[in-house]
Design a protein. Structure first.
Length: 145
């Protein structure tokens, strides 16, 4: 066991001392390889830092359409607009207009709505990180007007 551990440490040290590997990865990315662009990094909000399930959907919303006020019990929502724009209203935060390439993070248990006030259809990537799979994903919320 000590021999395996020593060999691992030797290999790890040689990799750490050789910056060539990083140059190769960067060169591949700039020569037509895949590009990964981070658009959000955030701690989980409103669910005690626990994820038991992640649900990813594509939302297609025609011009003039809207999702009613709702919330996600035990699930944080990330909304990334691919095409078009969305008006996103989050209780206590007001309304934000998200254009293509923009993102909103909606904490778990927080009432919100989304609507397409634009003249063209909207497509968005919607991700829910759920702390409790046994709760419903979506619950309608009644709002007084």
């Amino acid at each position: 066991m000590a021999l395996v551990r020593r060999r691992f440490l030797q290999l790890a040290a040689s990799v750490a001392a050789t910056p060539v590997g990083a140059d190769i990865v960067l060169a591949q990315a700039t020569q037509g390889g895949p590009k990964l662009t981070q658009i959000l990094r955030s701690d989980l909000q409103g669910q005690e830092q626990t994820v038991r399930e992640t649900v990813v959907n594509i939302l297609e919303m025609p011009a003039g359409a809207a999702a009613p006020w709702h919330m996600h019990p035990g699930a944080q929502e990330i909304l990334f607009v691919i095409e078009g724009s969305l008006a996103v209203e989050i209780e206590g935060r007001g309304t934000s207009i998200l254009k293509a390439g923009e993102i909103a993070l909606i904490p778990a248990e927080t009432p919100h709505l989304a609507r397409n006030d634009g003249a063209i259809p909207t497509r968005a990537l919607v991700t829910h990180s759920r702390a409790d799979k046994d709760k419903p994903l979506v619950v309608a919320v009644k709002r007084s007007t």
